[in-house]
Design a protein around this ligand. Sequence first.
Ligand SMILES: *[C@@H]1O[C@H](CO)[C@@H](O)[C@H](O)[C@H]1NC(C)=O
Ligand SMILES: *[C@@H]1O[C@H](CO)[C@@H](O)[C@H](O)[C@H]1NC(C)=O
Ligand SMILES: *[C@@H]1O[C@H](CO)[C@@H](O)[C@H](O)[C@H]1NC(C)=O
Ligand SMILES: *[C@@H]1O[C@H](CO)[C@@H](O)[C@H](O)[C@H]1NC(C)=O
Ligand SMILES: *[C@@H]1O[C@H](CO)[C@@H](O)[C@H](O)[C@H]1NC(C)=O
Ligand SMILES: *[C@@H]1O[C@H](CO)[C@@H](O)[C@H](O)[C@H]1NC(C)=O
Ligand SMILES: *[C@@H]1O[C@H](CO)[C@@H](O)[C@H](O)[C@H]1NC(C)=O
Ligand SMILES: *[C@@H]1O[C@H](CO)[C@@H](O)[C@H](O)[C@H]1NC(C)=O
Ligand SMILES: *[C@@H]1O[C@H](CO)[C@@H](O)[C@H](O)[C@H]1NC(C)=O
Ligand SMILES: *[C@@H]1O[C@H](CO)[C@@H](O)[C@H](O)[C@H]1NC(C)=O
Length: 859
Amino acid sequence: MGAGRGRGGGAGALLLLPPLLLLLGVARAQVAWTPIYVDGNNQVDLWTQEAQGCPCNFDPAREDCACCVQDGGCQCGKHMPNRCIQCGLEQHCGRMCNVTLDSRFLTSRSGKTFGQIKSPSLEGPAFCWFLLQPDVGQRVEVQVYRLVSAGRFNGTSCEGGFLQLVGDPDLIPSPSEIQICGGNERFSPPVVMFSDRGTASLLFIINEKTHRSQFLAYFSFTSVSSAGDVAFRVRGGHHVKDTECDWMFQEYLCRTPGYCVFASPGYPGLYPPMRRCKYYIATSSIQTMVHINITSLLPYTHCRTHNIAIYQGSAPYNSSLLKTICGSRNTEITYPGPELLVEFSSGPAVPPYDYNGFLATLEFIEPTTSTEPSTTPILNPTVPRIMSDVMKSREAARKIADVSPTTVSPRITRIKCDQIFLGNISRSGHFDTKNKPWSPNCTMKFIGRSSDVVHLSLFSYQLRAPSCETVVEIYDGLTGTGKPRHQLCSPLARFARDPGGRFLGQQTFISSENVLTLILRRPGSPLTLGEEFLNGAFLFHDEKMDGTLRPDTLCDVDYYGSSSLLRGHITNPGTHQLYWNLEGTFRCLQRFVPAVNQSILFTVTALTGLFMDPNCHTVCGESGCHCVTKLSPISQMDHLSFITDEGKTVSCICGELQREWLPIGLRSWSPLRIAYSVANYSWMQGFQYTAEYSFITDGLCGYSVISDLSGEIHSGKVDTSTVDVNYFYFQECVWLFDSKTERQLSIELTTEQNRSCAAWNMTIYKYDENTIDNFGDALHIFCPEDHKRKITLPWNLNIVILRLQSVTSAFPEFTIRWFSQTEFKNPGIAEPALSSRGNQESRFFPVMEIFWIAVLMCT
Ligand SMILES: *[C@@H]1O[C@H](CO)[C@@H](O)[C@H](O)[C@H]1NC(C)=O
Ligand SMILES: *[C@@H]1O[C@H](CO)[C@@H](O)[C@H](O)[C@H]1NC(C)=O
Ligand SMILES: *[C@@H]1O[C@H](CO)[C@@H](O)[C@H](O)[C@H]1NC(C)=O
Ligand SMILES: *[C@@H]1O[C@H](CO)[C@@H](O)[C@H](O)[C@H]1NC(C)=O
Ligand SMILES: *[C@@H]1O[C@H](CO)[C@@H](O)[C@H](O)[C@H]1NC(C)=O
Ligand SMILES: *[C@@H]1O[C@H](CO)[C@@H](O)[C@H](O)[C@H]1NC(C)=O
Ligand SMILES: *[C@@H]1O[C@H](CO)[C@@H](O)[C@H](O)[C@H]1NC(C)=O
Ligand SMILES: *[C@@H]1O[C@H](CO)[C@@H](O)[C@H](O)[C@H]1NC(C)=O
Ligand SMILES: *[C@@H]1O[C@H](CO)[C@@H](O)[C@H](O)[C@H]1NC(C)=O
Ligand SMILES: *[C@@H]1O[C@H](CO)[C@@H](O)[C@H](O)[C@H]1NC(C)=O
């Protein structure tokens, strides 16, 4: 370390000044703090220039009072004529204990955002607190340089007393924050501590009998916008919700070099003891390398408990450990993505508290997918070992091939890049011919379980040979003979990204059965052509469990009540390698199609990680949950929505979700799509949800053809005993009244429910064979508030359609009664012509009162 730990010289007086404090920026790993300058060596303390020689503030006639520092110092007054203190703190001259230090107040009185704390000399047991109230945009900084009779460190913690900076104003000591202790300590450089959680309290607690316990410190309300390390802020990452110190860094937010930075908590001051902070790093492509520049300053002899570990993967227990960093050093490392984890662990706070954790800058290095032929890869010294090993083995394989590039010897044909991927062993993965020895034919077989299809995505390839000499062939099934389903012909190239760095759309293939074969044939030699390669990802998709995959989509699936499993659960997509090269808006549609007499019931049971966008929030009411957006359209928000085949959104969830809203239930009698939409997607980002689904055979709603001349239908009831608050019914039921007999049809609709028309309603339509769903003109709309309506239709309007529509939290309950008058009995009007169906001009006839009286008497 650059600055030596000087033992402050000579005199025993406790008030002796610390050496001049300077910001030492040049040293490699160094605690940084706000410089607080003392004018001269003879100064009594920070605010008292000389003990006497100046006019007294309480008696202008006297000139034997203290001389104060011009800038910010004020005389203590009559009781202590030879002392000065920071203006604003005059009443604490005699006893600086239990004091509130308010940044705004001190700045207005003394013009300074910093000052000094000198505790009185206390007889233990004793307790003093100091409340530090920063202004907006400030962090609290404390520099401790002297500690007397304040407990002792027993190897794991402080015993008998301590000084502690706690990030809240409650004046309660916290065992999980740093406690510093010592019998007679002079700290140079000082012990530096920062707090970023608003008002902080500095607690000086002596639990045992002592004669004179005391500490000396500087405090500063440090601006977070000032230059240098003291204003450190994490940049470019998201704090992981419900964790103390975990952060997530994604490639798309770190495109500017040097922008993304992170550090141990409290940086550049001491970090809290016994912590484990995780910094997750995710690239959005497998070709991206991550460069991390770490400057660390950890206690040298405590490597086991104070260290930084870097893992490949996202969890320490099952990922491979790449590196552990201890002590004080500068470490620059480069590793390939797609996921890295930096884990910082701290042990007990150990004296002399002269360390401050680490600072790291993060950079994502774009793959150098040059289109130029390059037969000898240039090894970058920062490329880590695992990558260079891969390159070396490729080089070696190439050298063997070079011996005789045209006639391939039998020795070489044994080195192949063939691979078999089995769906019963791994459900998804990634392949890259660059990681395999070169061979003219490269066959990849994907063999799934019996209910699987193989979903393949080609990320990038370079086929250089002229006139289709190099080909990529994709076969359904195991054979590599016969006609391929797809063929890519050289010269042809594709890269995951466009020249601007944006990912291109995916090129995907889906097998028709559970086996797929991919062959890359490249008879040309890499020496003459340059490297030809192919890479991509695959996923075995179980059609029985996970729905039928739609062709040409990444993740859109259909579940049919007639053939899929009757119940199951669905979650967010996107953790497979297939989703690596995605960016921007991402949307997956899972469509559920109930069979005749079935309904589909969804229950969203878990939902986490929805972006807390203040511009979108969810409102749940009688007619479902809806996304309410300000400014931007919903397509620019992360959300989960339920959409009908006609494109109508029945329910939508966005913004921060109140946990007590869950579960949210939705039961539908017509096909419904669950749309998972993420506005700015990158791999492993986006929110998570889980929903249960079940197809229920209930016959409550559907498409019914009724040929009886009269009858009665009841809505039926659903079991509401297990129903939660946010539970909605979505119905589109249709009854087609069709009769070959000439008649006059009357329909009576009744309900006991007093609901709004928007919740549910019924419409009678003329039949029209020229429209897709046969809905002709609407003849009548029945709203629940009508309670009871009788509609008598014109003579010979033999086919009509009755449709119920509902989006409501209370299941619609109603009765439909109908009756047909088959004898034309209107003395006033002539016999109508024997008409064709439905498309007759409507002519209304008098109501058949007698019949209705009869019906009402019966019920
Ligand atoms: C400071 O205040 C606390 C209560 O807030 C009290 O227990 C303590 O004795 C006070 N210290 C002194 C030295 O007066
Ligand atoms: C140190 O002190 C703590 C707290 O008083 C105690 O729990 C721990 O056992 C002590 N350790 C040793 C080694 O004495
Ligand atoms: C890494 O950080 C150190 C110390 O901050 C700096 O000197 C060095 O230039 C950095 N390296 C890179 C490649 O940015
Ligand atoms: C590590 O464990 C997590 C949680 O169990 C799992 O999701 C992940 O796939 C595992 N990763 C590896 C590389 O095994
Ligand atoms: C996986 O499937 C292959 C081929 O279907 C079979 O040979 C193998 O035994 C299976 N392995 C396991 C672990 O089930
Ligand atoms: C590569 O495949 C072609 C076509 O199936 C075949 O003619 C050729 O012998 C194969 N070459 C090697 C080295 O396997
Ligand atoms: C997506 O990115 C745009 C532009 O960078 C930003 O304005 C928007 O807030 C982001 N939305 C989400 C949900 O992250
Ligand atoms: C649907 O339910 C109705 C009434 O329960 C029944 O009459 C009809 O046969 C059912 N249709 C099918 C296809 O199951
Ligand atoms: C039906 O509801 C409306 C408004 O909610 C109310 O004004 C009316 O009195 C209710 N009618 C009956 C019969 O309950
Ligand atoms: C009928 O109900 C549907 C579904 O609740 C609703 O969307 C529609 O606006 C209603 N029609 C009228 C006229 O209120």
